[in-house]
Ligand binder design. Structure first.
Ligand code: F6R
Length: 265
C-alpha cells in the first residue's frame, strides 16, 4: 500500500485529482476510454470540485469517461435530494462534460433488488472493468456500504446499514429515522477487481478506521483492511486521519524516496 500523508484536506483533494487525471491519461494512451469508480459522502466533495475546476480551465475532459458509483440507498427515489443519484448529478455530473448515459449508480427504486445487483456487476464487466476506484472510509471501517462482517468475497448486493453508519449519515437527514436502513453496494471482491484504488480520508474521526485499514489484520471486522490484498492501492490522508498510524514516519520517508528516485539524476 502506498500511504500519502498531506497537510490539509485541500492537498488531499488536489492529490486525488492528479491521480484521476493520470489514470484517465494512461487509459487514453492505451487506446481505451477511462472507467472511473466513484464514491459519495463528504470526503470526495473537494476532489469533485477540483475536477470541475480542471474541466472549466480546459485541462480535463470527461467526454469519453464511463463511471460506476459504489452504492445507492434503498427506499429513496433517484430525485430525492439525499439519494446518491442526486448527489452525483449535483456534485459532479452536471458541472462537467460526462455523458449521463455513461454514468451508472445502482438502481434501487421500484425494481427487483437482486436482479439490479446482478445487472450492475455485468455492466461493470461489459465496460471492461474499473481503471480507478475512488473510496472513502466509514468510521467503522466500511468501504462502499460493506459493513462489518461483509465477506471479503462479496459482490454487488443488498446490505443492511449498521446503526453507526446510519447515525454518521443522519447529519444529512431531518432525523436518524429518515436514514435508509439498507443499500445496494458493490461488494469487496467487486472493489478489489478495480485496476487501481484510491482511498481518501480526512479528519480525526477516521483515524481509527485508517489505522485498521493500513496496519490492522485483514478481517471482515474492518472491511477496508481487505485493501491490503490489492497490489495497487493508494491511501491519501490528512494529518488528523493519519494520527493513529504507527508507521507514519516510514510512509513519509517512502514518499521522499519516491520523489528522489523519480527526479532526473
Ligand atoms: C459512499 C460510500 C461510503 C463513504 C463513507 C465515508 O459512496 O460508499 O463508504 O465513503 O461512509 O463517508 P464520508 O465521506 O461522508 O465520511
Amino acid at each position: 500500500m502506498r500511504v500519502v500523508i498531506l497537510d490539509s484536506t485541500d492537498a488531499v483533494s488536489r492529490f486525488a485529482a492528479d491521480q484521476v487525471a493520470d489514470v484517465m491519461h494512461r487509459s487514453r494512451n492505451s487506446g481505451k476510454s477511462p472507467v472511473l469508480g466513484l464514491a459519495t459522502g463528504g470526503t470526495p466533495l473537494g476532489l469533485y470540485n477540483e475536477l470541475i475546476q480542471r474541466y472549466r480551465d480546459g485541462s480535463l475532459s470527461f467526454a469519453d469517461v464511463r463511471s460506476f458509483n459504489l452504492d445507492e440507498y434503498v427506499g429513496l427515489p433517484p430525485e430525492h435530494d439525499q439519494s446518491y443519484h442526486y448527489y452525483m448529478k449535483e456534485s459532479l455530473f452536471q458541472h462537467i462534460d460526462i455523458r449521463m448515459e455513461n454514468t451508472a449508480v445502482p438502481q434501487t427504486w421500484q425494481c427487483d433488488l437482486s436482479i439490479s445487483a446482478l445487472e450492475y456487476e455485468s455492466k461493470i464487466k461489459n465496460a471492461g472493468g474499473i481503471d480507478l476506484q475512488i473510496l472513502g472510509i466509514g468510521t467503522d471501517g466500511h468501504i462502499g456500504f460493506n459493513e462489518v462482517g461483509s465477506s471479503l468475497a462479496s459482490r454487488t448486493r443488498l446490505k443492511t446499514l449498521t446503526r453507526q453508519t446510519r447515525s454518521d449519515n443522519a447529519r444529512y437527514f431531518t432525523s436518524i429515522d429518515d436514514v435508509p436502513i439498507a443499500a445496494i453496494t458493490m461488494g469487496i471482491a467487486t472493489i478489489l477487481e478495480a485496476r487501481a484504488i484510491l482511498l481518501l480520508a480526512t479528519g480525526a474521526n477516521k483515524a481509527k478506521a485508517v489505522a485498521g485499514c493500513v496496519e490492522g489484520a485483514i478481517s471482515s471486522g474492518l472491511p477496508a483492511s481487505a485493501l491490503q490484498l490489492h497490489p495497487n492501492v493508494t491511501i491519501v490522508v490528512d494529518r488528523a486521519a493519519a494520527s493513529l498510524l504507527h508507521h507514519a514516519e516510514y510512509y513519509e520517508d517512502s514518499e521522499r524516496v519516491r520523489v528522489k528516485l523519480q527526479s532526473p539524476q
